[in-house]
Design a protein. Structure first.
Length: 128
């Protein structure tokens, strides 16, 4: 008995579909965070350390090339809150930098730091 090329293709498709569809599905599997994709800095207009952070840390961050690998957004908590991002814990110190990957918080850096300490902390979070 000879099969036409179309019949052979359809037969292979049906076998592939049945095998794939019958594979077990693990309902407990959680989404896996990918590489860090965004650095979100939460600040407040009433925070003097935030002004120092903007002047002394943000410029060196972008000058170092990290800004090209991990884009930074600065959000005023007084005006926007968390801007719709789901955080693992509330922001209690300003400025707080949160590394996000696929919408999942990977880590955070809380409180004011100088540029060197901040860049080192970001490097540590990017390696996670």
């Amino acid at each position: 008995m000879r099969f036409s090329p179309l019949a052979a293709f359809l037969g292979a498709f049906v076998v592939t579909f049945v095998v794939t569809a019958s594979a077990p599905i693990d309902a407990r599997r959680k989404p896996v965070a990918t590489a860090p994709t965004e650095l979100v800095v939460y600040e407040s207009a009433a925070c003097p350390a935030c002004t120092g952070f903007r002047e002394g840390v943000i410029r060196p961050y972008f000058a170092s090339g990290r800004g090209a690998r991990l884009p930074m957004s600065v959000i005023d908590m007084d005006m926007l809150g968390t801007a719709g991002r789901a955080l693992k814990a509330p922001v209690t110190r300003y400025p707080t930098a949160v590394v996000m990957a696929g919408g999942i918080e990977v880590g955070r850096i809380e409180g004011p730091r100088d540029a060197g300490a901040f860049l080192a902390a970001v490097d540590g979070l990017m390696r996670r």
